[in-house]
Write a protein that binds this ligand. Sequence first.
Ligand SMILES: *Cc1c(COP(=O)(O)O)cnc(C)c1O
Length: 432
Amino acid sequence: MSDAWEPQDGPSAAELDAADELAHRRKDFVLDGPDVPADDGDGDGSGGVEGVVYLDGNSLGALPRSVPARLAEVVEREWGRLRIRSWSESGWWSAPERIGDRIAPLVGAAEGQIVVGDSTSVNVFKAVVGAVRLAREEHGEERDEILVDAATFPTDGYVARSAARLTGATVRAVPVSEMAASAGPSTAAVLVNHVDYRTGELHDLAAVTAAVHRAGGRAVWDVCHSAGALPVELDASAADFAVGCTYKYLNGGPGSPAFLYVRREAQGRFDSPLPGWTSHADPFAMADDYVPRDGAARGRVGTPDILSMLALEEALKVWEGVDLAAVRAKSLALTDFFLARVRTHVPPGMLTSLTPEEHRRRGSQVSLLCQGELEGKAESVMSALHARGVVGDFRRPGVLRFGFTPLYTSFADADRAARALADVVLASRREA
Ligand SMILES: *Cc1c(COP(=O)(O)O)cnc(C)c1O
C-alpha cells in the first residue's frame, strides 16, 4: 500500500461508518467484509470470499439474506405440495399488483399504478407504444415523433425504433439537456433514462415531463438506475409511464421481473400493444374478445414468472422502515468520499470523473474515464481491481463504473476501493 494515503483531510471512513444510520442494514445482505464472518462452509450463505468490496450493485444487487429460505419455501411448499392451489391460496395470481404496491413508495407512487412482470425491455415497448397511442387519441394522428434520450441504454433505443415502425412514427435522438426545448407539436412521446447508465448523471424528471406535457406529448421514464438508489417522485412529477429494473438497486436477483408504472389518470385509456389473457377483465371466461382490466393490471401480459417474482417480494422487505432521504444522503456522501479519495491519490490526467459534481445531477454511481497514460486500459484496470477484491465494472470505450448501494456499501468499502484503484493505476504507470 502506498504511503501517500496518510494523512487524510476530513473524517475517516471509520468515523463516517460509525455515524451512518443505515450501517445496520448491511447485515441484511450476504456480503463479505470485517463485519461478516467468512464462509463457514455450511452452505447457508453466510460470509463468502473474504474481503470482496462489492461496487456493482448497479448491475446486480447483492442477495438479501432472507431470500434463500423464502425461495425454498415457495418451491417446496407452494409448488411442491399445494401445486395449482397456490395460484389462489398462496397469492400467486395477484403477485404482480401486490409487489407493484410494495415498490410504489420507493418511487413516489400511490398504490394501484405499478405492475411487476416481464423485462425492462418489454415494458419499455408497452409504455412507448401506449404513450404514442394516448398522445394521438388526445391530439390527433399527426403526432409522429418519438424523442429518445441520445445517451440511452441501448435496449430502449432499439425498442423505441421498432415501436416507431409499428406506429408509423419516427425516432429522433435528443440529448436530455435539449429534450424540453425539442418537444413540440409533432411530439407523441419522449423516452428518457432518469440516470445515465454510463456517466451516472441524474436528469430532472419533473422539469422534462412538464415541458413534454406543455407540448402535448407523453413522457416515458426509464428509472433502472434510480429506483432504490434515490427518491424518485413519479406522482409528484406527473410522469405518464415509468419502467424500472428490480435486479439492480432493488436486489431482486438475476433477471428478476421489471415494473411498469402507468399514471392513474392514463390507466383507463392505456391501450397496451401486448394484451394478454392475464390482463383480461375476466381471464377465465377464455373469451374471444379482449376486454382489458382496469388499473395497473392492464400492463400484464402472460403468466407471471412466480419464482423470480416471489424472490423479489422477499428482497423488498429490506426496505421496511428505510427513509429514502437517508438513502440519498448516504449515497451522496459515499460518492463524494470516493471521488475525494481518488482525486487525492491518483495522479492528475489519468482518471476523469464523468459523474457530475453537483448533487442534484448525480445518481448513485461514480464513472471514471481512463485517459492519458491509462487510455485503452480500462478493462485491464478493472480486472486488476477484481484481482484485489474490488468489484466494479467497465463500459466501452474506457469507463470504470463503481455503483454505491447505500443499504449495504460502507465508507470503508469506498476507502478500500479508492486505495486499490490508486495502487493499480500507479502499478500500471511503473510497468509502462
Ligand atoms: C439495466 C437497464 C436495462 C435492462 O433492460 P432488461 O430488459 O432488464 O435487460 C434497460 N434500461 C436501462 C436504463 C438499464 O440500466
